[in-house]
Design a protein around this ligand. Structure first.
Ligand code: DOR
Ligand code: ZN
Ligand code: ZN
Length: 254
């Protein structure tokens, strides 16, 4: 039987829910899922309750994860409306996560002066990772060029977005991007069948979006799960939150 030996994976985009959402997931269960899925290190997002936005909340998260995580981990700091002047956290995290669109949790930077302040002050040796849908991705790329910053676009899901990334790379912009497995394997047609279980941000795209991702694999730097668990009861409620799990399924799907 032919075998394929792979190094273990690093998942650069997960939401492990501790602190504040441990009825959905905690460091113990999330990192167990990672190991079961062939992943040995997770980079965890800051949209917790409370969000990771300063040294105190970073310290709390490191303490919690050190107690129960079963694999390696590191954290992103979240960009908020008032923490651009405190980039001292920079050297201790993998990057700054900036939410330019509405998603799960309170973290979102919606004003241009705030976004500019982050692009000005974030340490140059760490990327800014953006949740940017559609037009927002063009804004993020433009700012990365103007401020000469490394930009990472999270979960690129649309044809126009991946075309923009290709063009930005051709122009020499310091940009990387990731794609999530649900955008590689599902479309809005599947969402009709799956209902609220498939609700996620960015939403599942069209067949054309899906084909554009597969046609542009060489400009995609990473597949990242965007593992974002909620309980079944929450997903089946009248106001289902967005987010789907993926730590255990990403590598087998690929
Ligand atoms: O659908 C999403 N859920 N998209 C995000 O960006 C956040 C995530 C979550 O934390 O649930
Ligand atoms: Zn996101
Ligand atoms: Zn995410």
């Amino acid at each position: 039987m032919a075998t394929l030996d792979l190094p273990a994976l690093i998942d650069i985009h997960v939401h492990l829910r501790e602190p504040g959402g441990t009825h959905k997931e905690d460091f113990s269960s999330g990192t167990a899922a990672a190991l079961a899925g062939g992943i040995v290190a997770v980079l965890d997002m800051p949209n917790n309750t409370p969000p990771l936005v300063d040294e105190d909340t970073l310290g709390d998260k490191i303490r919690l994860a050190s107690r129960s995580a079963r694999c390696d981990f590191a954290f992103y700091m979240g960009a908020s409306s008032d923490n651009a002047a405190a980039p001292t956290v920079g050297p201790h995290v993998v990057g700054l996560k900036m939410y330019l669109d509405e998603t799960y949790g309170p973290l979102r930077v919606a004003s241009l002066p705030t976004v500019m302040a982050h692009f000005r002050s974030w340490p140059r040796n760490r990327p800014i990772a953006a949740h940017a849908e559609g037009l927002s991705s063009a804004i993020a790329i433009g700012l990365a060029q103007l401020y000469d910053r490394r930009l990472h676009l999270c979960h690129v899901s649309r044809k126009a977005e991946i075309e923009l990334v290709r063009r930005a790379k051709e122009k020499g912009t310091s940009i990387t991007c990731e794609v999530a497995p649900h955008h590689l394997f599902l479309t809005e047609e599947d969402a009709k069948e799956l209902g609220s279980l498939a609700r996620t941000r960015p939403p599942l795209g069209t067949q054309e979006d899906n084909e554009a991702l597969w046609a542009n694999l060489e400009v995609i730097d990473a597949v990242a799960s965007d593992h974002a668990p909620h309980t079944i009861a929450e997903k089946q409620s009248d106001d289902p939150p967005s987010g789907v799990p993926g730590l255990e399924t990403t590598l087998p799907l690929l």
